[in-house]
Design a protein around this ligand. Structure first.
Ligand SMILES: [Zn+2]
Length: 88
């Protein structure tokens, strides 16, 4: 069964952290290649992560990481929930 867009949000987080297996990494890359919503998402996620890190090499604290996912999920629902439905 194909993943739905919001299922990728947590994966995108890991993807940006660089700590994911190559298989999943390739899956995400092919998905964001064909899904504009997720491309927009990963751009804003990347910006947020950059801002949070503020040039530091430290990984995101886990609590912040979780908060970020929740935030993105909410934002996602508001932005794309109605117009695109469950699938993308
Ligand atoms: Zn998508």
């Amino acid at each position: 069964m194909a993943k739905k867009c919001p299922d990728y949000i947590q994966d995108l987080n890991d993807y940006l952290d660089g700590g994911m297996n190559p298989e999943l990494c390739a899956e995400i890359e092919s998905h964001i290649g064909e899904c504009e919503n997720c491309r927009i998402m990963i751009d804003s996620l990347r910006q947020t992560v950059t801002l949070c890190r503020d040039g530091s090499e430290e990984p995101l604290p886990e609590a912040l990481d979780k908060r970020l996912s929740g935030l993105l999920r909410d934002r996602w629902k508001k932005k794309f929930g109605k117009q695109r439905g469950q699938d993308c």
